[in-house]
Design a protein around this ligand. Structure first.
Ligand code: 5AD
Ligand code: SF4
Length: 451
């Protein structure tokens, strides 16, 4: 009997199942939810059937991504019938876009949280549990000032590679893109808050940080303290003990010489850049409202390779933008041949609500888009494989992330250029940087041996 009050003081253990669609910024927000709910006794589970809370972070950047969210939600119905006390929360871009409509369409969803509502989750979830209310929360601006705010790690395990969001929203209004509508205007997070979070992550085991934002090159605009993205990178180099730093996404129009020089000057900055080009035709780039030409993009690539000859480059491209002719598609193919990206994410254009491009005429038929995508992906597969084969014999430093998924006998990690390398030795602790000689190359990874 005397133990009763003590037991009550401890939060009851409950489990949360998290599923994240879309980008790394969503991954980061999901991680924050796990950290925020940890003090209430929530522990992550990979078994959805035993979850007390199911948190789904959604993406609406492409139509296909949005469809995946709906099919996942459809599968939750029988689960909720079996576990009526289970709370289902939908957050992210689809939540922001549809709000109330999600509650109406999926009668078993309990909470809909917009893209600026993550920090409110604790109170809203407790309210929903106590009252059984179904709630929608889509604040214009973050109530808890999401950008300043950092909840601490709260005992949640830190991985070797940790994401850190440095800004939210986007002001670019590329004509195809829904992001400015669902993520709002661009806002930067104060540098001190970023440095504090990185220091904490490093203390708890992170060796590499991935800085996140829709357009990191414009970091700092609107902040009280005058700081640029380059200034932030320099502060991270000087004030933290981070081994490796990356960032995404960069916009080609804002990629300054000063930022390019960082690849030569900052020891922690990895020789890798993701620089979405989207298309190789000037006319398409103009109608996408990208703010650069093909020649300007190629000039930036030349400059990057001049400053950092070993840099790994990746990109995003889209096929079948409204009005894209066969010739304009070939301009994209030629650009890929010219640049020789190490890896590429490629998509079929799809109409997104509210965007200007969704109202453009001359939509490209689905079968043409599909054919162009296959052609483009075949070309890139050849380039990626050849570039991987070029790695054979080279010596690379690999940050070990854990045991390889393919074999329990191997460890896996990444080179600075962001290539996956597996090597025989399952006992190297995650977080160690090992020097390997590359001995074989495949479509998506390399094999290495210790030297
Ligand atoms: N259709 C297809 N792809 C898109 N992307 C963004 N919007 C669309 C759209 N409407 C792609 C771009 C972007 C990546 C994140 O998604 O290539 O860089
Ligand atoms: Fe979308 Fe363009 Fe902003 Fe990227 S830069 S999020 S593509 S509007």
């Amino acid at each position: 009997m005397t133990l009763q009050p003590l037991l009550k003081a401890e939060p009851e253990t409950r489990s949360i199942f998290v599923h994240t669609f879309g980008c790394q910024m969503n991954e980061y927000d999901s991680l924050r939810v796990v950290r925020l709910l940890a003090p209430l006794g929530y522990r992550s589970t990979t078994d959805i059937s035993e979850a007390d809370v199911v948190f789904i972070n959604t993406c609406s950047v492409r139509e296909k991504a949005e469809q995946k969210v709906y099919s996942f939600l459809g599968r939750l119905k029988p689960l909720k019938q079996r576990r009526p006390h289970m709370k289902i929360i939908i957050a992210g871009c689809v939540a922001q876009q549809l709000g109330e409509k999600l509650l109406a369409r999926f009668e078993y969803v309990d909470l809909v949280l917009g893209t600026r509502a993550v920090s409110s989750i604790t109170g809203l979830l407790e309210h929903a549990i106590e009252t059984g209310a179904r709630l929608v929360h889509l604040p214009e601006i973050d109530p808890g000032d999401e950008l300043e705010f950092h909840c601490g790690l709260n005992g949640v395990q830190t991985h070797v590679v940790a994401p850190v969001t440095i800004m939210q929203g986007c002001d670019n209004f590329c004509s195809y893109c829904i992001v400015p509508f669902v993520r709002g205007r661009e806002r930067s997070r104060p540098a001190d808050a970023i440095i504090r979070e990185i220091s904490l992550l490093v203390e708890s085991g992170a060796r590499e940080v991935l800085l996140l934002g829709q357009n990191v090159n414009s970091y700092g605009r609107g902040l009280e303290t005058d700081i640029s993205f380059v200034g932030l990178l320099r502060r991270i180099q000087d004030e933290t003990d981070l081994a490796r730093l990356r960032f995404t996404t960069s916009h080609p129009k804002d990629l300054t010489d000063e930022l390019i020089r960082c690849f030569a000057e900052l020891p922690c900055l990895c020789a890798h850049l993701h620089l979405p080009v989207q298309a190789g035709s000037d006319e398409i780039l103009r109608r996408m409202n990208r703010g650069y030409s093909r020649s300007r993009y190629l000039e930036r690539i030349d400059r990057l390779r001049e400053i950092c000859p070993d840099i790994g480059l990746s990109s995003d491209v889209m096929v079948g933008f409204p009005g894209e002719s066969e010739e304009q598609f070939q301009d994209t193919m030629n650009l890929l041949k010219t640049v020789q990206f190490d890896s590429l994410f490629s998509f079929k254009y799809s109409d997104r609500p509210d965007t200007r491009a969704s109202r453009f005429p001359d939509k490209v038929p689905e079968d043409v888009k599909a054919r162009r995508l296959t052609e483009l992906q075949n070309l890139q597969a050849e380039i990626t494989l050849r570039k991987n084969l070029d790695e054979i014999g080279r010596i690379r430093d690999v940050l070990v992330e854990g045991t390889s998924k393919a074999s329990k006998e191997q460890s896996t990690g990444r080179t600075q250029q962001n290539r996956v390398v597996n090597f025989d030795n399952p006992d190297v602790p995650a977080g160690r940087i090992v020097r390997l000689r590359i001995t074989a190359a495949f479509a998506h990874s390399l094999l290495g041996e210790a030297i």
